[in-house]
Ligand binder design. Structure first.
Ligand code: TMP
Ligand code: MG
Length: 308
C-alpha cells in the first residue's frame, strides 16, 4: 500500500536521526515522535553542553534489571539479601516485594490508586530495616557481596559527564547510603554527582535508628524535587535536561528545574513490556525495551558534547 505523506515523513526523520546517532537504530529503541527527538537534540546541541544537566533514577535505570536471566537487586534488595538482616526479616521483606512490586508495575491501576500502597510498602520496609539495628560499618560489605550491577557502559557514562563538568543528579527512591556505596565501589562517585534519596540515620554507636527527612517513594519525586530548590537554583544556568528513568514516576524528577528550556527523556522499559509500551511511548521520548546497557544514553551524550 502507498505510504501516506505522514508515514513517509516519520520514516525519513527516523533515518536522518539514525545518521546523527547510529545507536538510535538499535533494535531496543522505540520512539513515538522521532521528529521531536531530533528537534530537542538540535536545540540542545546549539545551546552547548555547558547548559546541560543530567537527572537519572538509580535502581533499574543505572543498574541492570537482570543478568543471565536472573533479576538484579535494587538498593533495598541488597540489604534484604545480606547478612545484616535476619532470616525472618528477609522473609517479611520478600513478602512485601511480592505483594507490592506487581502493584508498582500494574498498568491497569491509576497512580492515585497506587500511591497510598507505595507509601505503605516503603513505610513497612523501612520499619523492618530499622528493627534490624543495622550497623553502618557493615553496609560496604553488603554491597560488595551483592549481585548488583551497573549497566554496561556505566564507566563511560560517569567519566564522560565528569570530564565535561556536567552535573549528574541521581534521584532515587532507594537508599542513599547503599547507592553511594555502589557507585563508590565502582569507582565512579565523581565530584559532579549529587544524590537525592532516602538516607539512613545512625545513632552515635553507628546503629540504624531511623530514616532521615521526607520519605521518597516511587510516586513523589515531584515533591522531592520541589523541596530541593537550592540544588536547582545552583544549576539555573543549565536549563537543558537529559532525564533517565524506568518508572513513570521518574518523569517528575525534573519538576524542580528552573526555567527549563529543553528536556529529553529516556525510559528503560524492563518488565511487562506489552502492557506498558503505549504509556511509555506516550511519556518518554526514547524508550529502550529490555536493553541492559547505557549504549543509547552514552551515544546521546556524545552527540550533545560533540564527541564521537
Ligand atoms: P529507584 O527510585 O532508584 O528506582 O528505587 C525504587 C525501587 O526500589 C522501586 O523500583 C522499588 C524498589 N524497592 C524494593 O526493591 N524493595 C523495597 O523494599 C522498596 C521499598 C522498594
Ligand atoms: Mg527505578
Amino acid at each position: 500500500p502507498a505510504l501516506t505523506a505522514y508515514t513517509t515523513n516519520v520514516i525519513l526523520t527516523a533515518a536522518s536521526l539514525c545518521l546523527l546517532i547510529p545507536e538510535l537504530s538499535n533494535p531496543s529503541v522505540c520512539m513515538k515522535d522521532p521528529q521531536r527527538v531530533q528537534d530537542i537534540l538540535h536545540s540542545m546541541v546549539k545551546a552547548g553542553s555547558n547548559t546541560l544537566q543530567v537527572i537519572s533514577d538509580f535502581d533499574m535505570t543505572l543498574t541492570r534489571f537482570s543478568h543471565n536471566g536472573k533479576r538484579c537487586p535494587t538498593c533495598h534488595n541488597i540489604l534484604d539479601n545480606s547478612k545484616v538482616i535476619s532470616a525472618d526479616c528477609k522473609q517479611q521483606l520478600d513478602h512485601l516485594l511480592h505483594t507490592y512490586y506487581p502493584i508498582e508495575i500494574d498498568s491497569s491501576r491509576s497512580v492515585e490508586e497506587k500511591l497510598p500502597l507505595m507509601v505503605e510498602w516503603w513505610t513497612k520496609a523501612h520499619d523492618l530495616l530499622v528493627e534490624q539495628k543495622i550497623r553502618k560499618d557493615l553496609l560496604a560489605e553488603a554491597v560488595s557481596e551483592s549481585e548488583v550491577m551497573l549497566r554496561e557502559g556505566f564507566q563511560l557514562f560517569f567519566d564522560h559527564l565528569h570530564e565535561h563538568s556536567i552535573p549528574l543528579l541521581i534521584f532515587s527512591a532507594g537508599i542513599g547510603d547503599i547507592l553511594e556505596e555502589v557507585i563508590r565501589q565502582a569507582g565512579v562517585f565523581h565530584s559532579n554527582v549529587n544524590v537525592f534519596s532516602n538516607y539512613m540515620d545512625f545513632d552515635e554507636s553507628g546503629v540504624l535508628r531511623a530514616f532521615k527527612g521526607e520519605l521518597i517513594h516511587i510516586y513523589n519525586k515531584r515533591e522531592g524535587a520541589l523541596l530541593n530548590t537550592g540544588h536547582f537554583q545552583e544549576l539555573r544556568t543549565r536549563p537543558n535536561v537529559l532525564l533517565m528513568g524506568d518508572s513513570l514516576g521518574d518523569l517528575s524528577m525534573a519538576d524542580g528545574v528552573q526555567d527549563m528550556e529543553n528536556i529529553l527523556k529516556i525510559g528503560f522499559l524492563n518488565d511487562k513490556v506489552e502492557e506498558r509500551k503505549r504509556s511509555y511511548l506516550d511519556s518518554y521520548d526514547i524508550v529502550l525495551i529490555k536493553d541492559e546497557t547505557l549504549e543509547v544514553p552514552n551515544a546521546v551524550l556524545m552527540h550533545l558534547t560533540g564527541n564521537k
